[in-house]
Design a protein around this ligand. Structure first.
Ligand code: PHE
Length: 345
């Protein structure tokens, strides 16, 4: 009887497990304390017949020894684990790292860059804090021309006598095109993505900064047909193969002729809906043939070369693609808004 009990306890004790000091102490109390299992065996021991006492005594000792060893080794293990945990760096980034998402404007910008890259355009970059010379003067804005009002911006330094000392935040990335033309002879085929600034009150539809991608193509015999075909290809790549475009006459100081381009509304397919204000068309960019004055001002012979340019707002295109109703969402950094674009990444 008692031997069975000891055998059972022996098995139990061999398999003991615990990982915290508290759990180990509980085991010690259960088996080795005065009121523990092994002490209670001692009480039973008194009733064991004399001829069995030796055998039972040896077994109880074996049990006690095994329990002690097991509990001690658990304690040792626990201590070495604790020592290891001393190296724990609680400031470390927890794993797995939750990835962020690309900003919707970056997603759309990359898509646009990708389309034009496939048509042979390369990227050009330039400063956001620019001089009047590159933003306006070389773009054929006369000093007192009212077109400057359409692009009122922020003035860092003013000097009425020297356009290179009139420092402003660029109001379009055409300034980058001016810099490319100054330093490169045609053929030129670039797109200029970047942030631009305008003096606008901040509302759902306007902000004091936004993002543009402008394109410039200059070579011999470049015609309006080339411009139209490139823009049609672009619109179909971005909004789908059934997209139609239309060009309406417009005015920019740096292009002649100039046009605004609309695409057939991608929501209703051109039938007319609330989104396109029932016209079937939505405006997406400005474009035109580079004014010969601009070429000359930037050191390119306008008798040999001609070219086209276009410019689009990344926010505008993103709004069209994803129907974001308030421009301010793009710069508020609200992760709930940004995570809406997880799938588009
Ligand atoms: N620079 C113009 C703007 O910011 C856009 C544009 C670029 C229009 C090139 C025509 C040609 O409004």
């Amino acid at each position: 009887m008692i031997l069975d009990k000891i055998e059972k306890l022996l098995e139990e004790v061999k398999g003991l497990n615990a990982s915290t000091p508290e759990e180990i102490e509980a085991l010690r109390l259960k088996y080795l304390s005065k009121k523990g299992e092994i002490s209670s065996l001692m009480a039973d021991f008194r009733n064991v017949p004399a001829e069995q006492k030796k055998e039972v005594g040896i077994k109880i000792n074996e049990l006690k020894q095994t329990a002690l060893e097991r509990i001690n080794s658990l304690r040792e293990q626990c201590e070495t684990n604790e020592a290891k945990n001393d190296d724990l760096d609680l400031t470390r980034t927890p794993y797995p790292i939750k990835f962020g998402t690309r900003h919707p404007l970056t997603i759309v910008k990359n898509e646009i860059i990708d389309i034009f890259s496939r048509m042979g355009f390369t990227l050009a970059d330039g400063p956001e804090v620019e001089d009047d010379l590159h933003v306006f003067t070389k773009m054929n804005f006369a000093a007192d021309h009212p077109a400057r009002d359409m692009q009122d911006t922020f003035f860092v330094e003013t000097n009425p006598n020297d356009v290179t000392k009139n420092i402003i935040l660029r109001s379009h990335t055409s300034s980058v095109q001016a810099r490319v033309m100054e330093t490169t002879q045609p053929p030129i085929r670039v797109i200029c993505p970047g942030r631009v600034y305008r003096n606008e009150a901040i509302t759902a539809r306007a902000h004091c900064f936004f993002h543009q991608i402008e394109g410039l193509y200059i070579d011999k015999n470049v015609s309006f047909t080339d411009l139209k075909q490139v823009l049609l290809t672009f619109a179909r790549e971005l909004f789908g193969p059934d997209t139609k475009i239309r060009l309406r006459p417009s005015y920019f100081p740096f292009t002649e002729p100039s046009a605004e381009m609309d695409i057939s509304c991608h929501i209703c397919g051109g039938k007319g809906c609330g989104f396109c204000k029932h016209t079937g068309w939505v405006e997406i960019l400005g474009c035109g043939m580079v004014d010969p004055n601009v070429l000359e001002l930037c050191g390119i012979d306008s008798k040999i070369y001609s070219g086209y340019a276009f410019g689009l707002g990344v926010e505008r295109i993103t709004n069209l693609k994803y129907q974001v109703s308030d421009l301010r969402l793009f710069s508020e950094n609200d992760v709930r808004f940004l995570h809406e674009f997880d799938a588009a990444n």
